[in-house]
Every structure is written in structure tokens, then in C-alpha cells.
Design a protein around this ligand. Structure first.
Ligand code: C2E
Ligand code: CA
Ligand code: CA
Ligand code: CA
Length: 279
């Protein structure tokens, strides 16, 4: 009997170990990575397609792995959102961004956009407004346009708290961008209650544009909608000359995409800014 009990408990421990490994290990690894500063900001320039100048950057999280390589955010952001780690993760990015931008204040033209992505779980958190105000206070250069990118990829719980949080920040000088416009659940319903400054047209729309005339139909509609609502537009995922020309023809000045730059690490961003005449 004793042997049986021992054997059973060994099996139970083994199973429990497996279980913990499977369900808690990734969260612990992520928590440690945040603390160690292994989640770092990459920057993708936001361009003015008319004169090829850099109007700002979007911050995109990267997980730096010890043995070379980076993990893409689409694999760890959902984990961070589920585990609540999205808040410390984003806070850590915010402070890194402040330090980076403060180091290159003289390279940044007035009104330079600095956009960060925020998850619904963070926007709805009690600390959100304070986090953002402290972030804003950290910048030496007060002429930057701090953009809060809010995605509609996941349904936001648009309640009075969220609306008042975002509207408070808007009143304090933040710009609000609705990300992934056209892909989400209830994008249009947000527009009534929120002070949206920009919408970001998802690359799934931009990516369909090619030389074929019919290829722009869907994007034509999205742009028309945005215009009727008097929203400023940023187009994402610009990869080809044909896409650039289409967007130029349609007077969409703010563009992001591999056609111009991939997201780059801070030192690369500095090189890029140094190589461009300041506007
Ligand atoms: P997003 O906010 O829509 O960011 C744009 C994504 O498109 C980025 O993917 C970027 O690298 C990619 N991209 C840029 N130019 C092109 C292009 O020309 N072609 C194509 N095919 N893709 C392009 P990334 O960096 O993998 O990020 C994926 C998503 O993860 C982001 O989508 C955003 O929703 C989320 N994410 C990234 N960083 C953060 C973060 O710090 N916090 C939160 N909450 N979400 C983040
Ligand atoms: Ca974004
Ligand atoms: Ca987007
Ligand atoms: Ca997207």
C-alpha cells in the first residue's frame, strides 16, 4: 500500500509540475522579462507621403531574447492582456520611450508624434489617467504630440469610465488614435462619445491596393467614411509604390509601412533622424 501511495503521489507531482509549467511558466517568464527590461520599444516612423519627411513614430513592443532574436508582440501581448501584465509592460515601455525621446529632443521637430498602443484592460484600469499624465510630465520637450492608440481589434468596454478617462487625457493635450479602423467590432459607435483625432486604416485594406482598378474599392469606402466624419487619417502597411500613389492621390498624408521603414530599434531611429533634414 505504501508503495502504491508513493507511486500515486509521484505521478500526481509529475502531472502538477507539467500543469504548472504549461499554465504559469509563460506568465512568470514574461513577468521576469518586464522586470529585466527585456521588453523594449521599437519605433516605426510615421511619414508625410508628400515630402517624405518623418512626422512621428509608433512604439511597437519587442521581446529581446537572450540568444538573439525577438519575439513578436502578437504572441506575448495577448498573454500580457490575459494575465494583467499588460499594465506593467506598458508602463515600462512608457518610461523607456520618455528616456529615449529626452535624449534626442533637439532632433525632434515641433509636433512630432509619439504613439503608444494601449490595451482596453489598461485604459479601464484606475491608474490609467495618472500613468499617462506622469508619462507626459516626463518629457523635456513639451511640443511633442503624444498619441494614445486605442485598438478596436478587441471590443472595448466603452463605459462612462473609459470615455471620461480618454476625454480627460484629450483635454490634457493627448491625441487619440483609433487603431485598426474598419476591422473591429463597434468602431463607429465609439466615434460619438470619444474625441478621436486620428483613425489608423488597417494594413489589410491598404495591402489590397494594386494596379488593378477594382482593388481600391473597399479602401475607397473606408476613406470616404473617415472623411465624412472629419477624421484625420493615418494609413498603415504601405508596402508598394502603387499604394503610395493611391494614398497621395487621395490626400492621405500620414503613412506608415515597410515601403518607408520597418520598426527599428532606438539607435537605428537616431541614425534615420540624423540622416534627414529637420523640417
Ligand atoms: P498595430 O498597432 O496595428 O501595429 C502595426 C503592425 O504592423 C506592427 O506589427 C508593424 O510592425 C506592422 N507593420 C508595419 N508596417 C508594415 C507593412 O508595411 N506591412 C505589414 N505587413 N506590416 C507592417 P507588430 O509590431 O508585430 O505588432 C502587432 C500588433 O501588436 C500591433 O498592431 C499592436 O496591436 C500590438 N502591439 C504592439 N506593441 C504593443 C504594445 O506596446 N502594447 C499593446 N497593447 N499592443 C501592442
Ligand atoms: Ca497601433
Ligand atoms: Ca493598426
Ligand atoms: Ca493591426
Amino acid at each position: 500500500l505504501l508503495l502504491f501511495i508513493l507511486l500515486m503521489s509521484a505521478i500526481a507531482f509529475y502531472a502538477l509540475g507539467k500543469y504548472l509549467n504549461k499554465y504559469t511558466a509563460p506568465t512568470d517568464t514574461l513577468r521576469r522579462a518586464i522586470l529585466k527590461g527585456d521588453i523594449i520599444p521599437y519605433y516605426q516612423p510615421v511619414m508625410d507621403g508628400r515630402d517624405n519627411s518623418i512626422r512621428g513614430v509608433e512604439v511597437l513592443a519587442r521581446w529581446k531574447q537572450p540568444d538573439a532574436g525577438f519575439i513578436s508582440p502578437s504572441s506575448f501581448i495577448p498573454l500580457a492582456e490575459k494575465s494583467g501584465l499588460i499594465i506593467p509592460l506598458t508602463q515600462s515601455l512608457m518610461w523607456q520611450v520618455v528616456a529615449h525621446m529626452n535624449a534626442i529632443t533637439t532632433l525632434l521637430p515641433e509636433g512630432f508624434h509619439v504613439g503608444i498602443n494601449f490595451s482596453a484592460a489598461h485604459i479601464n484600469a484606475p491608474s490609467f489617467v495618472e500613468d499617462c499624465l506622469r508619462y507626459q510630465a516626463g518629457f523635456v520637450n513639451k511640443q511633442l504630440t503624444l498619441v494614445l492608440e486605442v485598438t478596436e481589434r478587441e471590443p472595448l468596454h466603452v463605459d462612462d469610465q473609459l470615455i471620461s478617462n480618454l476625454n480627460t487625457l484629450h483635454a490634457n493635450g493627448f491625441a487619440i488614435a483609433l487603431d485598426d479602423f474598419g476591422t473591429g467590432y463597434s468602431g463607429l459607435s465609439y466615434l460619438h462619445d470619444l474625441n478621436i483625432d486620428y483613425i489608423k486604416i488597417d494594413h489589410s485594406f491598404v495591402g489590397r491596393v494594386n494596379e488593378d482598378e477594382d482593388s481600391t474599392k473597399l479602401l475607397d469606402c473606408v476613406l470616404e467614411l473617415a472623411r465624412k466624419l472629419s477624421l484625420s487619417i493615418v494609413a498603415e502597411g504601405v508596402e508598394t509604390r502603387a499604394q503610395l500613389e493611391y494614398l497621395n492621390r487621395n490626400n492621405i498624408p500620414l503613412l506608415q509601412g515597410y515601403y518607408f521603414y520597418k520598426p527599428v530599434k532606438f539607435v537605428e531611429l537616431v541614425k534615420i533622424l540624423l540622416s534627414k533634414p529637420k523640417e
